[in-house]
Design a protein around this ligand. Sequence first.
Ligand SMILES: Cc1cc2nc3c(=O)[nH]c(=O)nc-3n(C[C@H](O)[C@H](O)[C@H](O)COP(=O)(O)OP(=O)(O)OC[C@H]3O[C@@H](n4cnc5c(N)ncnc54)[C@H](O)[C@@H]3O)c2cc1C
Length: 417
Amino acid sequence: MMKYSVFSLLKNTLSGHTKWQPAWREPEPRKEYDVIIVGGGGHGLSTAYYLAKEHGITNVAVLEQSWLGSGNIGRNTTIIRSNYMLPGNNPFYEWSMKLWEGLEQDFKFNAMVSQRRVLNLCHTDAQRDAFARRGNAMRIDGVDAELLDAHDVKAMYPFLDFNNARFPIKGGLLQRRGGTVRHDAVAWGYARGADMRGVDIIQNCEVKGIRIENGRVLGVDTSKGFIGCRKLGLATAGNSSETAAMAGLRLPIESHVLQAFVSEGLKPYIDGVVTFGAGHFYVSQSDKGGLVFGGDIDGYNSYARRGNLPMVEHVIEAGVAMIPALARVRVLRSWGGIMDMSMDGSPIIDKTSIEGLYLNAGWCYGGFKATPASGWCFAYTIAKNELHELNAAYRLDRFRRGYMIDEKGQGATPNLH
Ligand SMILES: Cc1cc2nc3c(=O)[nH]c(=O)nc-3n(C[C@H](O)[C@H](O)[C@H](O)COP(=O)(O)OP(=O)(O)OC[C@H]3O[C@@H](n4cnc5c(N)ncnc54)[C@H](O)[C@@H]3O)c2cc1C
């Protein structure tokens, strides 16, 4: 496998960039693996990477039904942050942020990690109080948080609509270490790092069934035939209900489509991530100049990767209420991804009642920022057959036991999370 360095860059420049090698192999599946991960998205690939790197487990295959990056890992609005409040979430997302901070050096790939800050706007006194509480909870856990007043926000982003009669901006909660990361490069970096350590990444290999005997996983039936394994991890995000159903599990998860939008290229305009607190709208500007933005999920259950026009209107209305100048910007493209919406808005990283079967699911809107910690914890759980303290709260049975991690306090209403 090709190593990247200043020397390889020089050598390839001299040969006209015709001799670069692929970043990972295209192996045929073996008959059997120690571990199979279903789903070659961010979470599946990072799990394989950390299984090999942290636990020395390299007889691993990642089975992806399509091409790497075709799922949500390549469809999200690229925002990372760790501004969570509840005990189960806060340490986990902060660990993810710490992994992001060292990721490019770790997997030796440029993922354009950009800690350009994330600002959540507040529009009422009650919302400001809630942000103060959240910021304090973050600081108690050692996470950076600053409460800004309207004056501070105006100095940062003078083009926001501060005098909107319905949604006046009262201030905001700022996390300076939050930001954006180039999403597909995250998949490529993890894939390359896992492959270098011996993991087989098998694209265009759909898992169609899970074989179980005497309460134990034996392997998977795939479009490339049966592949045996001792341990099987499901990391299929929007398709989690379907893959878990192959093992007879019914998950507390609904699938919904979430859309993302990119505008025409503009001169540098928004240097951080800004979110609208009176509705659901978040925006940043890509290095190419396009504004990258999104909002709520489409309210109906769906496995389609494109959304409907009423939600387009809803998202853009919120955007224009926050930044009136957006009304003059043209949208160039939009797409959708399938969200695995859990009933409390928090994820599941756990063992299951079937021996050798592990589950990683329920990422809702927020799984991209979790990619490093999710893979790290899932690898730990698969390798040791136990939960790490960072994912101890993400148990599947919390819905039965009543230990919900309801960060937004919205109850079992996925479209509100
Ligand atoms: C429009 C949009 C915007 C978002 N914005 C953000 C954001 O700004 N910040 C943030 O933190 N999160 C965001 N998210 C959420 C985030 O992208 C997801 O939570 C996260 O990517 C999910 O994990 P993943 O990368 O493993 O998923 P995926 O990339 O979807 O990986 C799952 C993979 O499983 C494969 N698969 C499914 N079934 C099978 C099968 N039977 N056999 C083999 N393979 C199978 C799929 O093809 C897919 O590649 C956003 C999502 C969308 C759609």
